[in-house]
Write a protein that binds this ligand. Structure first.
Ligand SMILES: [Zn+2]
Ligand SMILES: [Zn+2]
Length: 248
């Protein structure tokens, strides 16, 4: 089970590095692919949170779950936006605000914490319920490529040499692996603590869907990406049905 969880975390980390590699090799990235992935990811993760993660958190912890949900939400908000001046998903084109290298490094640290929670969600999700864990993995995977692209383009906008793109994408990928590796700790503790970690990561997932992904989609010039969000919700439903049929 531990090896399996680490494997899924590794795939997510690879997708991240792949996103960075796209920026490294190719300056022009098809904007449409980016917005479709962000929109699918948003719909998927929000459906997952509201239909699975929040109910499962309440089932495990009772009313107390609410506290951990808002803690998870707040942690990501704090590290991505309260202490970081400029950070948003998708390709960074605002080189005017990325003039200082400090700005880009603080954006990196925000994404690092975010990616850690991506990995943590996969890890505690799979320990909690393998099907839920797999669905969390898909939700994370859908936005991992744009995430690698985000950090890669931040480095370019800040004027770092090209190599920094790969280093930073690997760094965020490592944060994902680090989050996944918490399985080594959580597999030793009692289920109550895993339940708390699960609820915190569910709160973090609300933030990723509603505050990282949706605002980016709403900025789009045409109405297609906002509509694709519903496609992400349908994709969640179909994935859940398929996985339910496949898993013993
Ligand atoms: Zn920007
Ligand atoms: Zn993420």
């Amino acid at each position: 089970m531990i090896a399996q969880i680490l494997f899924f975390g590794f795939i997510a980390a690879v997708a991240e590095v792949l996103g960075g590699t796209i920026i490294y090799f190719k300056k022009m990235w098809p904007k449409r692919v980016q917005s479709i992935l962000l929109a699918l990811g948003a719909g998927f993760i929000l459906a997952l949170v509201f239909l699975k993660l929040i109910p499962a958190s309440i089932e495990t912890l009772g009313e107390e779950a609410a506290l951990y949900l808002i803690i998870g939400f707040s942690v990501i908000h704090f590290f991505e936006h309260a202490i970081v001046g400029h950070l948003h998903f998708g390709e960074e084109t605002h080189s005017d605000v990325m003039v200082s290298k400090t700005a880009s490094l603080s954006a990196f640290s925000g994404l690092f914490v975010h990616a850690f929670f991506d990995g943590l969600s996969i890890s505690v999700g799979m320990q909690f319920d393998f099907l839920i864990g797999l669905l969390i993995f898909i939700a994370v995977l859908l936005h991992k490529l744009p995430e690698g692209l985000t950090i890669g383009s931040i480095m370019i906008a800040a004027g770092f040499p090209r190599k920094a793109v790969l280093y930073s994408a690997c760094g965020i990928g490592a944060a994902t692996m680090l989050g996944t590796a918490t399985v080594l700790i959580f597999s030793q503790v009692d289920s109550q603590i895993t339940g708390i970690a699960f609820a915190i990561s569910a709160g973090a997932a609300v933030y990723v869907g509603a505050s990282d992904l949706i605002p980016e989609i709403n900025k789009s010039e045409n109405r297609i990406p906002p509509l694709v969000v519903f496609g992400g919700m349908i994709l969640f439903y179909v994935s859940e049905r398929l996985l339910e049929g496949m898993l013993p």
